[in-house]
Design a protein around this ligand. Structure first.
Ligand code: NVA
Length: 306
């Protein structure tokens, strides 16, 4: 999304939160195919409820039965789903598979999390920050922990698009993807935002308006659990570390959270945490993404590969 598109989606999300049944772009109902190749709670439920609120039919495609890339190619699945559904929502491993789906479906394809990015979560996070802080541009947000993971990357791109100062902080081996960091800086040069990798967690959190963390063991990384817990321990969001942020800082976590690991229970369940608003906002934000895509899909839905 361009900065103007992101602002339009966020405005629409706020409108849909205030009046959830006002827009019915999926009336018919038209179907939205949802495929999950990794575990899900928030993404499946918020998309299913949101699609229904938009007048549509949430069509769950069981990832294991479909066997995308195993029983048949991503391209062939895309061609089939594009004939059945108005939009495809897919959570999977490889970003390149998602790109293939988008290239061949002929309908909008939404990234519901890949190994590389989690854009729907960051749109919901931005909506949450806007609600609690009254705006986005000029605020400092710190992402702590596995800065190389999908959430770190999506915060870099989404935050700088909103004109925020995004600091990402993880130890060696868990630092931000260099290409994503460079792209975020480029985006920031047009929006007034900045993108910085900071090794020291205290320095990274100092003065922040928003502090974000995520599990240390992203889906698919379970075999690395012991090493990750040891490597990332200094980046745990404790009350002591949070004290370095602004006193009115808010705390975000996309969940699932592991109390006593990446975040202390007192922080997750404390007064600065807005994680339940954040979880609710998945629905409002994703409804806005779907409505935006359906409105702008006309030019793109004319043929495969467009
Ligand atoms: N980085 C996490 C996000 C979970 C919503 C993962 O990929 O598992």
């Amino acid at each position: 999304l361009s900065p103007a598109e992101q602002a339009a989606v966020l405005d629409l999300a706020a409108k849909l939160k205030a009046a959830p049944f006002d827009q019915r772009p999926l009336a018919g109902p038209r179907s939205v195919a949802m495929i999950f190749d990794k575990p899900t709670l928030r993404t499946q439920t918020s998309f299913a409820a949101g699609i229904a609120e938009l007048g549509g039919n949430p069509m769950l495609v069981e990832g294991r039965l479909a066997g995308i890339g195993i029983r048949e190619s991503v391209q062939d699945v895309a061609r089939v789903l594009g004939r059945q559904a108005a939009v495809v929502v897919w959570r999977t491993f490889l970003q390149s598979d998602l790109d293939q789906m988008a290239a061949h479906a002929g309908v909008p394809v939404v990234n519901a999390l890949t190994d590389d990015f989690h854009p729907c979560q960051v749109i919901a996070d931005l909506l949450t920050v806007r609600e609690h802080k009254g705006g986005l541009a000029g605020l400092t947000v710190t992402f702590l922990g596995d800065a190389a993971c999908n959430m770190g990357s999506s915060w870099l791109l989404g935050g700088t698009t909103a004109g925020m100062h995004v600091r990402v902080s993880g130890p060696d081996g868990y630092t931000a993807d260099a290409a994503v960091l460079a792209r975020a800086s480029e985006i920031g040069s047009a929006t007034g935002g900045t993108a910085t990798a900071v090794l020291d967690p205290v320095e990274a959190v100092t003065g922040a308006d928003v502090v974000v963390t995520d599990t240390w063991i992203s889906m698919g990384k379970e075999a690395e659990e012991a090493a990750r817990v040891a490597d990332l321990a200094p980046y745990a969001l404790t009350t002591r570390l949070l004290a370095a942020a602004r006193p009115d800082a808010i705390v975000l976590h996309c969940l699932p959270a592991y109390r006593g690991m990446e975040i202390a229970a007192e922080v997750l369940d404390g007064p600065q945490s807005v994680v339940w608003d954040e979880a609710e906002n998945r629905r409002h934000a994703q409804k806005a993404v779907l409505a935006f895509l359906l409105e702008h899909a006309g030019a793109d839905s004319s043929g495969e590969g467009s």
